[in-house]
Design a protein around this ligand. Structure first.
Ligand SMILES: C[S@@+](CC[C@H](N)C(=O)[O-])C[C@H]1O[C@@H](n2cnc3c(N)ncnc32)[C@H](O)[C@@H]1O
Length: 288
């Protein structure tokens, strides 16, 4: 068993399941990761995930990695998992949801399916269907009682501007109790609270499930690198300050980098030694 000193703020090089087996239990606050997609890329590494013969084999192996993660996660921990789909012979495989349902079967609680809209997605020449410009981000919790900081990721109000009119007038402003509404919704404090949150919460409205975030350009990596903004949102909502963020497929180290910048500790794992070196060098360049 590794000591805490060797566990945190390290990029561990090796197969995710094997490395995870050596980590202590109940130490990570949250996971943010983008696993290799099914038959998308050859990482030229014997233990690589993603080159399985069938979707079912891929899903089973991926679920086993997250099973191993669950032991390392604290009971209040959660996992943000980014997954893209794949076409085979013109047919969409539906991989993200197949993985999500398998995770649920395995005991994870699915809290949210977020659409990551990529405004600068690769153009495609297809004429027989719409061009794909999104991936999924699934948010799972380990248990019913989990950490989630809604205030850390609120977004600007859009529904009601200062000029817009609203029944009940501006008496809503900064007031949470009582409902000024008249008519059929009068006295409905649940509705009132929802509207208040949507229109007047001083930190903005609750985060929505479609996130429009451009793809990053990081030339050294031979795979899709996470946009830092995407990781930031997941880290801020899913982990407390000074908490521990884990990425079992850390690649060029984006999750670790963002965690470090936001005052969290990290545990990064990747099976390709060149990527581990790339992540370590990015981390040492930005260390304060
Ligand atoms: C989509 S990339 C992750 C990119 C990362 N989010 C970033 O921002 O750079 C998936 C990563 O999983 C790694 N990987 C593949 N199979 C693995 C395994 N069995 N154990 C650990 N890492 C693995 C690959 O080497 C690759 O770096």
């Amino acid at each position: 068993m590794e000591s805490e000193f060797e566990t945190f703020d390290q990029i561990h090089c090796g197969d995710a399941t094997e490395v995870l087996a050596k980590l202590p239990s109940n130490v990570a606050d949250g996971i943010v990761t983008s696993p290799p997609y099914f038959r998308q890329r050859d990482y030229r590494e014997a233990s690589q995930l993603g080159s399985e013969r069938t979707p079912d084999e891929y899903i089973q192996r991926l679920v086993r990695v997250f099973q191993a993660c669950r032991r390392v996660l604290k009971p209040t921990g959660s996992a943000w998992i980014v997954l893209g789909d794949k076409y085979q012979k013109g047919e969409l495989l539906g991989m993200p949801w197949r993985v999500a349902l398998a995770m649920k079967e395995d005991g994870w609680i699915l809290r949210s399916d977020v659409i990551w809209k990529k405004p600068n997605a690769m153009p495609s020449s297809v004429k027989t269907r719409p061009t794909t410009e999104h991936e999924y981000i699934f948010f799972f919790s380990h248990s019913r009682d989990y950490y989630y900081n809604a205030d850390a990721i609120r977004e600007p109000h859009v529904t009601f501007s200062d000029e817009s009119r609203m029944r009940g007038g501006r008496r809503h402003l900064f007031k949470r109790s009582s409902t000024p509404e008249k008519g059929k919704n009068g006295g409905n404090s649940n509705l009132h609270d929802a509207r208040w949150d949507q229109a007047f919460h001083p930190k903005g409205r609750n985060k929505r499930t479609i996130w429009s975030i451009p793809l990053s350009k990081f030339r050294d990596a031979h795979f899709a690198v996470f946009p830092e903004t995407l990781v930031e949102t997941c880290v801020l909502a899913g982990t407390p300050e000074h908490g521990v963020v884990m990425d079992p497929f850390v690649g060029s180290g984006t999750t670790a980098l963002v965690a470090q910048r936001l005052g969290r500790h990290y545990i990064g794992i990747d099976c390709v030694s060149d990527y581990c070196d790339m992540a370590r060098s990015r981390l040492s360049e930005t260390q304060v």
